[in-house]
Design a protein around this ligand. Structure first.
Ligand code: NAP
Ligand code: GDD
Length: 326
């Protein structure tokens, strides 16, 4: 039986990946920080409490002692590092801790693997934020496009990206990074833009709110469904060679498109009347346009995105409407 450690297991991607790997008959160790006010909470993975192939382990990935002990005890077949401070705007206010979690912890992890479990295959959650969104090629960013991160989050993730490649080149480890473009779901945190909008629209429909307060609605993103994307993470660790891959849909939409679609799905065609601007949601340096080119993933690993932007927003919106009894 293959064993996998997933850091960030109670986050959006970690929870989908845990379910995916259990379906592929893996023994899964999910790592999550203990919550002081609710130490028994399994959050998004409450339904796995009785699953004998899933074990929730409390720990912080920035603690090198915790991570070294974990790796040397389990010596997993695969380690998926999805744990991160993942909010771009927040990283401007907390750049130092973002760097500790998103960069330093990755170097510790790779070093612990090299020492205690060099045969483990390592996946690093890299991001389209590495590209920066200025001068995006017409065909989208690919694995060979230059990097230009525009936030403390992007800078930290770039350090982790190169550390992953460096451990592979220096020590022959099977370590690789997936460069994933934005992916969303009904499990997305409420302060990321897609979920903020679908949840906001559902609250307006339920009569609980009259407005959504937004930042820059002119940015473009290449949005896919998280459930499709976690499959690619595992395909990368099952491949013959460790390599980087761009994972994206190849289609970009603006935040205005997102607002228009979400409101129209509940029968509101004048979305501008329900949206207000607030400076506090603007970022000191924005990533204006992200479009990915997933050709290599399709050609080499047979991965293709299965869910369109419209289907994704319908899934998210119907889940949020249901939460408010609509
Ligand atoms: P997410 O929902 O924010 O999940 C991240 C998880 O990491 C959270 O459960 C968080 O736990 C945990 N975490 C944070 N700091 C930690 C620490 N010091 N020790 C242990 N756990 C810690 O993010 P996601 O959307 O699933 O993304 C997964 C990964 O992919 C992240 O590395 C993200 O940066 C990257 N990524 C995401 C996207 C995307 O569009 N979703 C695109 C490219 C890359 P708490 O709740 O305790 O904070
Ligand atoms: N969060 C948020 N809230 N974003 C807003 C808002 C708002 O009120 N108004 C406009 N936006 C714009 C942001 O300025 C940005 O251009 C875009 O919406 C998307 O913001 P987020 O949903 O917060 O995602 P992100 O693109 O910054 O980062 C996500 O995707 C990255 C991959 O490209 C995160 O999941 C990162 O962890 C991930 O690496």
């Amino acid at each position: 039986m293959k064993t996998a450690i997933i850091t960030g297991a109670l986050g959006q991607d970690g929870s989908f990946l845990a379910e995916h790997l259990l379906g592929l008959n893996h023994k899964v160790y999910g790592i999550a920080r203990r919550k002081s006010t609710d130490a028994d909470s399994w959050g998004l993975l409450e339904h796995l409490k009785e699953n004998k192939n899933f074990k929730l382990v409390h720990g912080d990935i920035t603690d090198p002692i915790f991570m070294s002990n974990l790796i040397s005890d389990i010596k997993p077949t695969k380690l998926f590092n999805l744990g991160a401070q993942s909010h771009v705007a927040y990283s401007f206010q907390n750049p130092y801790t973002t760097f500790e979690t998103d960069a330093c912890a990755v170097v510790h992890m790779l070093s612990a693997l090299q020492k205690h479990s060099p045969a483990t295959r390592f996946y690093q959650a890299s991001t389209s934020e590495l590209f920066g969104g200025i001068n995006c090629p017409i065909t989208g960013y690919s694995e060979t496009s230059p990097f230009h991160p525009r936030s403390p989050y992007g800078v930290a993730k770039l350090a982790a990206h190169w550390a992953t490649i460096n451990f592979r080149e220096a020590y022959g480890m099977f370590s690789c990074a997936g460069i994933l473009f934005n992916h969303e779901s009904e499990r997305r945190g409420l302060d990321f833009v897609t979920r903020k909008v679908t949840n906001g629209v559902a609250r307006i429909k339920a009569g609980l709110e009259t407005k959504i307060i937004m930042g820059n609605v002119d940015a473009y993103r290449d949005w896919g469904y998280a459930k499709d994307y976690v499959k690619m993470m595992n395909l990368m660790l099952e491949a013959d060679e460790p390599q980087e891959y761009v994972i994206a849909t190849g289609k970009a939409y603006s935040i205005k498109d997102l607002l228009e679609l979400s409101f129209s799905l509940v029968g509101i065609n004048n979305w501008e009347d329900y949206v207000e601007f607030d400076e506090r949601f603007m970022r000191p340096s924005e990533v204006p346009y992200l479009l990915g080119d997933p050709t290599k993933a399709g050609a080499e690993l047979g991965w293709v995105p299965e869910t369109s932007f419209e289907e994704l927003i319908k899934i998210m919106l119907s889940s949020d409407l249901k939460r408010y009894g609509i």
